[in-house]
Design a protein around this ligand. Structure first.
Ligand code: ATP
Ligand code: MG
Length: 166
């Protein structure tokens, strides 16, 4: 599948809205792998995701760095993992955590996913976020070669949907 690139303005709300849009489309069993430098906007995006998934308590989403995985209940539950400390998450995943994480009952979002790239399933939607010169964010969505995530197809349409809404 062809990756889609989105140029987001210098506004955290744009990142949050993209997350919300993703949350409306993602289903339990889907994995969203987030890649981006410190402060790129990964957690901001997952906060938006929480609203799109209609989690019971979307405000509870925060950075899971020292907790490995945070569970958020809801109609489409979220497992929010963080591989910033890769050895920790890797050990957890290799000790049975992978089955827990990818059991299919929740949407899985992994920050710093490139640190555990080889452990994530083939059907992962990869998302890269980078800070641009104008302080906006360039987001690349890369659906897997194996298919799925068909909603990721038309960049301009996605951008219009998330930015034109008031
Ligand atoms: N499109 C945007 N334009 C401007 N600022 C943004 C945008 N998206 C997010 N931010 C801001 O970037 C900062 C860092 O965001 P966030 O904490 O989500 O990044 P992160 O990638 O999770 O960082 P870390 O790697 O430290 O966990 C926040 O202040 C957030 O409001
Ligand atoms: Mg973060």
């Amino acid at each position: 599948m062809t990756p889609v690139t989105l140029e987001l303005p210098d506004d955290p709300e744009a990142t949050e809205r993209l997350g919300e849009w993703l949350g409306r489309h993602l289903q339990p069993g889907d994995t969203l792998a987030l890649v981006g430098d410190l402060g790129a906007g990964k957690t901001t995006l997952v906060r938006g995701l929480a609203f799109g998934l209609e989690l019971d308590d979307p405000e509870a989403v925060s950075s899971p760095t020292y907790l490995l995985v945070l569970e958020h209940p809801g109609p489409k539950p979220l497992l929010h993992a963080d591989a910033y400390l890769p050895a920790k998450l890797q050990g957890f995943l290799e000790d049975g955590g992978l089955e827990y994480l990818l059991g299919g009952t929740a949407v899985v979002a992994v920050e710093w996913a490139d640190q555990v790239r080889d452990l994530l399933p083939d059907n992962t939607l990869w998302l890269t976020v980078e800070i641009t010169e104008d302080r906006g964010r360039r987001v690349e969505l890369r659906p897997p070669a194996t298919g799925g995530y068909a909603f990721v197809s038309d960049g301009p349409k996605i951008l219009a949907e998330i930015l034109d809404r008031d």
